[in-house]
Design a protein around this ligand. Structure first.
Ligand code: NAG
Ligand code: NAG
Ligand code: NAG
Ligand code: NAG
Length: 279
């Protein structure tokens, strides 16, 4: 059974929640004062209990795409990215002025930010309570930018499991976030028939549900899966109107997507899969 969580619970910046993961007996959410958040935090040290594994795209990427000369695909390493709050004063490879979704969930788990990026694995300079495989621009299907798809991100994760870099016991104590939130739908702009769009939505949700199932077979126990936000209101859609209007059919597509995803998660009767309602 899939359970929907409202996004405002998980995404508000002054999060007052602590998610406690107690063995296998479920998921307990408590309201606590925010100062409790970082009580267990010690950046840079190695602690895998109550870890976080992240897959997805720019909502969750914390620097997996390497820094390079300024271009459209590396702009997250340049100001004004990262210029706003907290200790993230400089661009960090996040597509944000500050934190992204994986950071907020890291904070809910008692850390200061998201776990280290997959790219940093060898450099030993991140907060090692899990790993972040998300890459900006990624979807379930290949995109022009060639960000690794959800399936490829899971391949990398599997390789680390097979090598023993991540132990299965660690997964039992961890939360996994699947933040695949719409990159695939850029191509819907070119689709003319409604049936083609619906067929494509079905294909995207198949891939997401399939990815979640694969993660569970690999030993992941608790999974948060993003639903789609109102796509037509995202900046890449609203730009032509100077951000005064939500453009196109994206909001309708998002509703179909979310309903379809929920049906599929319900059908696989996966316990401990939580749809995170971004709409
Ligand atoms: C839509 O079609 C045009 C013309 O064929 C192409 O240049 C563009 O890349 C396509 N857009 C997407 C998102 O696939
Ligand atoms: C959806 O997937 C099916 C089966 O792979 C394929 O035949 C169909 O063309 C896909 N639909 C779209 C719109 O891509
Ligand atoms: C958007 O704003 C710019 C700068 O103010 C203006 O030049 C342009 O005409 C506006 N475009 C639309 C579609 O309103
Ligand atoms: C999924 O299951 C939940 C809980 O049983 C139910 O409330 C919801 O309507 C179902 N959603 C769909 C789309 O079938």
């Amino acid at each position: 059974m899939a359970v929907r969580l409202p996004a405002d619970i998980l995404l508000s910046s002054m999060i007052c929640l602590l998610v406690l993961l107690n063995g296998d007996d479920g998921y307990h959410v408590f309201h606590l004062p925010s100062h409790v958040e970082s009580a267990r935090t010690s950046p840079g040290s190695f602690h895998w209990y109550n870890g976080l594994f992240v897959f997805g795209h720019s909502f969750a990427d914390t620097g997996n795409f390497p820094k390079a000369d300024l271009s459209e695909v590396t702009r997250q390493w340049y100001k004004p990215y990262g210029c706003s709050h907290g200790f993230l004063q400089d661009p960090t490879g996040r597509f944000s002025n500050g934190f992204v979704q994986s950071d907020f969930i890291g904070k809910i788990l008692g850390r200061t930010k998201a776990p280290e990026t997959y790219r940093d694995t060898k450099e030993n300079n991140g907060d090692k309570f899990g790993l972040n495989f998300a890459v900006g621009g990624a979807g379930v299907f290949e995109v022009p930018r060639k960000a690794p798809t959800l399936a490829k991100q899971i391949d990398s994760f599997k390789k680390m499991l097979d090598n023993g870099d991540i132990g299965k016991w660690q997964l039992k104590e961890s939360v996994t976030l699947v933040a695949i939130s719409g990159k695939d739908y850029a191509r819907v702009a070119n689709m003319t028939s409604e049936s083609e769009i619906l067929s494509f939505i079905g294909n995207v949700t198949d891939q997401i549900a399939g990815g979640v199932e694969r993660l569970q077979k690999l030993g992941v126990t608790k999974v948060l899966v993003n639903t789609l936000h109102p796509l037509a209101c995202t900046p890449w859609q609203a730009r032509p109107s100077n951000y005064t209007k939500c453009m196109g059919r994206g909001n309708m597509a998002a509703l179909f997507h979310n309903d379809d995803l929920e049906k599929k998660q319900n059908a696989t009767s996966s316990n401990n899969v939580y749809l995170l309602d971004l709409n």
